[in-house]
Design a protein around this ligand. Structure first.
Ligand SMILES: Cc1cc2nc3c(=O)[nH]c(=O)nc-3n(C[C@H](O)[C@H](O)[C@H](O)COP(=O)(O)OP(=O)(O)OC[C@H]3O[C@@H](n4cnc5c(N)ncnc54)[C@H](O)[C@@H]3O)c2cc1C
Length: 466
């Protein structure tokens, strides 16, 4: 069984780990992980080298294995990854994301070593440019002109960075102080310590960038803007209760969904905070999502997703405290404004940002540096591989247009809506099919569940083995 995995970030590696563990008896598995970067298990989230970029949920909730919640914490402890700043003082650890990425890669090595008699895993450093259906399965083309034949293909290519909003003029675009890819290594190098910095976006990427600046002793002003001015929220109590519905029927509309959430928070919020209600909704979301008509799903995406994201993707307490302090001291501010454009007049020292305020008024402000922290894109058809899959008819967008359409077992649906056996998609690009598929634990749990019975990987005799 040849399996090509496109993308060797968290999702690709979690796929290989769970596929090996679920491997049906008597099947030899030969994986090729197509991943351009040198290290596996990192991707965007865990590829950061900045030790201040921490996992945003405690390590006990980041295990690769649902039935062994302390697996990650044990590895991190055994490998000295619990640094002084990791602990929240209440027995939870928010380790650096780089060390968590090491845990993912090391777990792959362990699982492969245990299955060495029937499993081979290769890392092919390349970018996949297309997938074609052939008689024996699929052919994956690579950017070096070569191709790989596969019985199964797992699409795990993750996030597509968003296009910076607004218009950036030519002078500003070539200015190293305008940073459009904050996830790139050393992205903030060109920002002087006393620079006034505009951060466009107020979510988790903004939190990463702000904390890097603050902790390296930045003295200049930091202004973060977004159209709604919503910031990622801090953690409260954690809950694993998947009882949001409480034996009631799933909501039939976006409005009813919000009503149910408000009722739940009103019932318990004063006692335990709003976070357990958000977590309960999150665990029941796949069921709730699939019961919503497509029209209502679209309403959730256009009207509610931005609010949901800041409550669902919360930040580590250390990061929250650092940002709160910077706001209290007056060094940092978070403002509601949209970006219209960034320009730099020839020979001008400063960058000029045209901001649109609520109510439609425009303001012009000067900054020394601008960092776009707008996070992953929702228009994933900008990704060349997605474009090629759509053009070839092998895939279609989900009902809400934010990812690829799959069935509940993660098999891709083609242009006609039929399932393509053996062509699988996992991770954030399938969020629109499941309602939620971004956090590492959600992805790992889903993989474990759909791969468990081995049927997605079971050898099909009509497919020839090489
Ligand atoms: C900055 C950030 C921080 C996060 N922090 C947390 C956290 O603390 N806790 C949590 O639970 N979740 C967190 N998340 C959520 C995160 O989405 C998941 O944890 C997970 O990392 C998604 O992994 P992925 O492999 O699907 O995507 P990605 O991380 O985007 O990795 C995709 C990989 O695919 C490769 N690739 C892309 N296109 C191709 C191609 N055409 N051919 C070959 N390879 C390709 C890329 O090089 C990349 O390595 C965070 C997300 C981000 C962006």
């Amino acid at each position: 069984m040849n399996i090509v995995v496109i993308g060797g970030g968290f999702t690709g590696i979690a796929f290989v780990i769970h596929a090996i563990r679920a491997c049906p008896a008597g099947v030899d598995l030969d994986f090729t992980i197509v991943e351009p970067s040198a290290e596996l298990g990192r991707g965007i989230a865990y590829g950061t080298s900045d030790p201040l970029h921490r996992i945003n949920v405690p390590s006990d909730r980041m295990s690769l294995f649902a039935g062994d919640s302390t697996h990650a914490t044990r590895w991190l402890k055994a490998h000295d990854a619990i640094d002084a700043g990791s602990s929240d003082g209440q027995g939870s650890y928010y380790v650096s994301r780089a060390r968590y990425g090491e845990y993912v890669a090391a777990t792959l090595d362990d699982v492969v070593a245990e299955a060495a008699s029937h499993v081979r895993v290769r890392h092919r450093r390349a970018t996949a440019t297309g997938v074609r259906k052939v008689e024996s399965g699929y052919t994956v083309t690579l950017d070096d002109g070569s191709h790989l034949d596969a019985h199964r293909v797992a699409l795990c290519f993750g996030h597509t960075p968003s296009k910076p909003p607004g218009v950036i003029d030519e002078q500003a675009l070539h200015d190293p102080r305008v940073i459009t890819l904050p996830w790139a290594p050393d992205a903030l190098r060109a920002i002087p310590q006393d620079a006034s910095v505009l951060l466009v976006g107020t979510g988790l990427t903004m939190a990463d960038v702000a904390v890097t600046l603050i902790e390296r002793g930045h003295t200049g002003r930091i202004t973060a803007i977004s159209r709604r001015g919503l910031r990622a929220q801090p953690h409260g109590l954690f809950s694993d209760a998947a009882d949001f519905l409480d034996n009631t029927a799933p909501p039939a509309s976006a409005r009813e969904l919000v009503r149910k959430l408000r009722q739940r928070i009103a019932r318990d919020g004063a006692r335990i905070g709003w976070q357990p209600a958000a977590d309960a909704l999150r665990f029941d979301l796949p069921r709730i999502w699939n019961a919503l008509p497509a029209r209502e799903q679209r309403r959730v995406v256009t009207r509610l997703l931005a609010f949901w994201d800041v409550h669902r993707f919360r930040i580590a307490p250390q990061i929250h405290t650092a940002i709160e302090r910077a706001i209290e001291s007056g060094q940092m501010s978070v403002t509601t404004a949209g970006i219209v454009g960034i320009s730099r007049a020839r020979a001008a020292e400063h960058l000029s940002a045209n901001l649109r305020r609520p109510g439609g008024t425009h303001e012009e402000h000067s900054f020394d540096a601008v960092v776009f922290c707008t996070g992953p894109a929702r228009d994933i058809d900008r990704n060349p591989l997605v474009k090629s899959l759509l053009e070839g008819g092998l895939a279609r967008l989900d009902a809400v247009g934010i990812g690829l359409d799959t069935d509940l077992r993660s098999q891709l649906r083609n242009a006609e809506g039929e399932v393509s056996p053996g062509l699988l998609a996992f991770g954030p690009m399938t969020r629109g099919s499941f309602g939620e598929m971004t956090g590492a634990p959600d992805i790992a749990r889903h993989l474990e569940r759909v791969l468990k019975d081995g049927s997605l990987l079971a050898y099909t005799s009509t497919w020839t083995s090489r």
